[in-house]
Ligand binder design. Sequence first.
Ligand code: ZN
Length: 198
Amino acid sequence: MVQQTVTLLESVLEANHRFTRPGAFPPLPKSPTRQLAIFTCMDTRLVDFLEPAMGLKRGDAKVIKNAGNTIIDPNGGVIRSLVVGVFFLGVEEIFVIGHRDCGMSDVNDAMLRHRMIERGIEADAIDALIPDMHSWLGAFTHPVENIKHVVKIIRDCPLIPEDIPVHGLLFCPDDGHLDLLENGYNRQTFSNEANQKY
Ligand code: ZN
């Protein structure tokens, strides 16, 4: 008997066919009903986990993700998304949420370059586009350090209004608990205690 292989794409389309039902999902507004934007990591363990852990549902929040919730360009895509969220979509508060055991805290830029070349990427192309792999990756040694850095970048960004609170939190992808590192309402800097605790 010939084993029929189902591709990932086919399995996704099949699941989608079973999922969709006419009229099952009432339309929601584009603007977040809870007026918040989350900037977090693309880590798979956060999918279908971070939002329920925050008491959020579909339609409640804008969610921006990248590898390690890093900002390497203060005028880049993350800030652009936040600006659109604030000025077009009613975002009133920003939550920067890093997580424990983040893969970006131990990423090896030399190893990444090696793997790219092994897969056929031209070394010249890498060096032309990414002269400083370490900075380009936004690699960090500890998620708390990165959250602190990113909160500061957003707060200091002249394109984000000063009255938008920017909170910093650390999420646990194993049990779902959040540690508050930075309360955006009081704009205090990180304490040494917070740095040492996590
Ligand atoms: Zn991560």
